[in-house]
Design a binder for this molecule. Structure first.
Ligand code: HMG
Ligand code: MG
Length: 304
């Protein structure tokens, strides 16, 4: 078995995380992104240009992205469901954007108020403008294992819609287990089917940890050559249109797993965990990351 030598982490806590937490101030979001920028991360999803009626937590994404301190080597990306979203993202100086659809019709309707086919049509002008502006576009595909409205997803359907996103011009598709029900066997089958039509380096994985299987699924994906992993500092979040779904796998846990496997990430675990404690304290809760809690206990025992 060959594992990747290096893994790219896409830090989604400031978007996927905070979109489904109690609202925090614009200042706190800026502070979080600035702390994350100091950890060695090279891709931070910093906001979403979606309807504020649908997701009020992301309504200040323009202010946030205009005020963060940027590092030259870091991608600060944003979600753009339609052309209006792209226009806002460009104003905000996003140097990458992400379009998002679903493998299942039920989730697509609930999340972006259109069918899968309509969503792909809607993305065409985004791709055209982004290409003109030299802005890379990432694709997200939700419900690659199960849909909260339509039930189990067929791997062939994942491959078909993922390929459609690649054919539109996305440089990569992130495969989302939105409600976190996947286990390694099903994930392997889904990935194998997607890998039959899309080169592995153009696939990323995005596991929510609702059923506690995310790390096992990530390990499975690593053994299959996947080298881009989405994760969320402190395990923040969920999805407003997938009720009961908990946050993404915690970045701290992914970093620790990679360290143990000898896989480079370029990210400083201790600094990342500190950013996680800052935002958790603002939210008046603990990180869901076991690694973060263990690091905190260890440092408390040194100082007591
Ligand atoms: P709609 O209601 O069909 O859109 O929503 P519309 O074009 O009819 O516009 C309705 C209103 O929204 C209008 O305002 C528009 O101006 C406004 P009004 O005239 O009523 O005052 N509007 C916008 N405002 C700001 N930015 C925009 C925008 N577009 C329209 N871009 C729409 C369609 C796509 C806009 C809506 O459904 C929406 O915003 N959905 C986003 C939902 C969302 O953000 N979900 C969470 C992110 S996806 C996710 O978490 C999954 C992921 O993590 C992967 C995984 O885990 O599976 C990526
Ligand atoms: Mg998500």
């Amino acid at each position: 078995m060959i594992l990747p030598r290096k893994v790219n982490i896409v830090e989604v806590g400031a978007r996927d995380g905070l979109q489904n937490e109690e609202p925090v101030s614009t200042h706190t979001k800026i502070r979080l992104i600035n702390l994350l920028s100091d950890t060695g991360l090279t891709h931070i999803e910093a906001g979403a240009f979606v309807s504020p009626k649908w997701v009020p937590q992301m309504a200040d994404s323009l202010e946030v992205m205009n005020a963060i301190t940027r590092r030259g080597n870091v991608i600060y990306s944003a979600l753009t469901p339609n052309f209006k979203g792209l226009e806002q993202a460009l104003k905000a100086g996003a140097n990458q954007v992400a379009i998002f659809t679903s493998c299942s019709e039920g989730f697509c309707q609930h999340n972006i108020n259109c069918s899968i086919t309509e969503s792909l049509k809607r993305f065409e002008p985004i791709m055209e403008m982004a290409t003109k502006q030299h802005i890379p576009v990432r694709g997200y595909l939700s419900c690659v294992i199960d849909c909260p409205y339509d039930g189990p997803t067929r791997p062939n359907q994942v491959a078909k819609v993922a390929k459609a996103l690649i054919d539109l011009g996305c440089y990569q598709v992130s495969l989302g287990d939105t409600i976190g029900t996947g286990t390694p066997k099903g994930v392997a089958h889904m990935l194998e089917t997607a890998q039959a039509v899309i080169p592995t380096h153009q696939l990323a994985v995005h596991f929510h940890d609702t059923w506690g299987q995310a790390l096992a699924n990530i390990y499975q994906a690593l053994t299959m050559g996947i080298d881009t992993i989405d994760s969320s500092v402190a395990g923040l979040g969920g999805c407003p249109y997938a009720h009961g779904a908990s946050g993404n796998v915690a970045t701290e846990d992914v970093l620790y797993l990679c360290q143990g496997l000898g896989i480079e990430t370029g990210v400083d675990l201790e600094l990342l965990a500190k950013a996680g404690w800052m935002i958790s304290e603002e939210l008046n809760r603990q990180p869901t990351s076991k690694v973060s809690l263990a690091l905190r206990r260890r440092s408390d025992s040194y100082t007591s």
